[in-house]
Design a protein around this ligand. Sequence first.
Ligand code: FE2
Ligand code: FE2
Length: 265
Amino acid sequence: MREQTIRIMCLGDVVGRPGRIVLKQHLSNLRNEHDIDFVVVNCENSSGGLGIVREIAEEISSFGVDIVTLGDHTWQRKEVRNFLETSSDWCIRPANFPEGCPGKGWTVVSSKEGIEIGVINLLGRVFIGGALDCPFRKVQEILEGPLSNCRIVVCDLHAEATSEKVAMGRFLDGRISFLFGTHSHVQTSDNQILPGGTGYMTDLGMCGSSAGVLGMDTEVALTRFLTGIPSSYKIAKGSSVVSGAVAEIDVETGLAVSVERIFIK
Ligand SMILES: [Fe+2]
Ligand SMILES: [Fe+2]
C-alpha cells in the first residue's frame, strides 16, 4: 500500500518568530513520525507577522519545507516582489492575483522518488479586499492548462469565508488530490475525503503562539476591538502550536486515501 502512496504534510500560517521557532523544533520529528515525503507550509505571516522576505523564506525552507505558499499579506514587504520573481519554483503566491503581478501561483516539483506534485495557491474573495480574479475560474484554467498532466495536485485556498472553501471543495472534488484552507489561524476538525476522492480540510490552523489572538499580542488586539483605535500588531509571546494535516495520496489515481489532522501544543 505504502509504496503506491505519497504522504504530503501541509501546515497553516507561520506567524512571526514564535512560528518559525516551533516549526524548526518539530518539523524533522513530524517528517519522521508521519513518514512524510513532501511538505507545504503557508508563510504569509512569517516575517514579523505580516508578509515574507527572502531571508525568512530561505530559513523556513532549510527546516525541511519543500513549498511555501502565501496569502492576502503577500505584498506587505516591498522586497518580496523581486524574491518572488526569482524563487517562484518553490515559493508561490495566490494564482488569482491579477495579470502582471510578480511571481507565480502554481508550481510542479518532484518528490525524492521522482513523483511529480503540482501545488496551487489561491486567495478567496469573500471578506478579502483587493483586485482579485475569480479563484474558481483560475484554478480550472491551471488544471486544464499547465497542470493537465499532473496526477497529484494539492491546493492552498487562503480564504476568510468557510462557505468559499467548502464550495471550492465541491468544485474540485475528484479533480485534485488535496484541498486545504488557510488564513483563519484556527484549525477546523472537518478533515475528510470528499465523495469524489479529494482530500479536504476547511482550515489547517497556524504555527505560532497560541497565547494571544491568532498569533498576535492580546493587549493590542483587545485595544483595537475595545476602542477602534488603530494600533500596530505585535507578535504574541507564550506557548506555541503547530497545526496542519497529512494527506496520503494514491499515486495511481491522484486521489486521497486519508487526511489526518496535526495539532501539537
Ligand atoms: Fe491571511
Ligand atoms: Fe494568516
